[in-house]
Design a protein around this ligand. Structure first.
Ligand code: SF4
Length: 95
């Protein structure tokens, strides 16, 4: 979790929920993010990790790892000739 001024995750008794893989706990974390005064800085922190070729972990700026993976998948799926589209083809062909 980012160490940002006013971050609700760090001050919360259930801060482990931000790193959980249990849906109800993830949804709890995401809902608190929406009230967090540091959400914009958190989004910047998250994007900087992508810029550094790192994979952001846990709930960040109101998004879960699955949410971000789904967004990335849709973004890549719009393109043609990507590695991911080739991967899709192999899966659909049962290779
Ligand atoms: S937006 Fe969410 S993850 Fe980011 S600092 Fe706030 S509570 Fe933590």
């Amino acid at each position: 979790m980012p160490q940002l001024d006013g971050a609700l995750c760090n001050a919360n008794a259930r801060s482990n929920y931000w790193l959980s893989y249990i849906e109800a706990e993830i949804e709890y974390a995401k809902s608190l993010c929406m009230e967090c005064p540091a959400i914009l800085e958190c989004a910047v922190y998250m994007m900087e990790q992508y810029d550094d070729d790192a994979v952001p972990v846990g709930v960040l700026a109101g998004t879960s790892e699955f949410d971000r993976l789904e967004l990335l998948w849709k973004e890549v799926d719009d393109g043609e000739g990507t590695n991911w589209s080739e991967f899709d083809r192999l899966i659909s062909e049962g290779v």
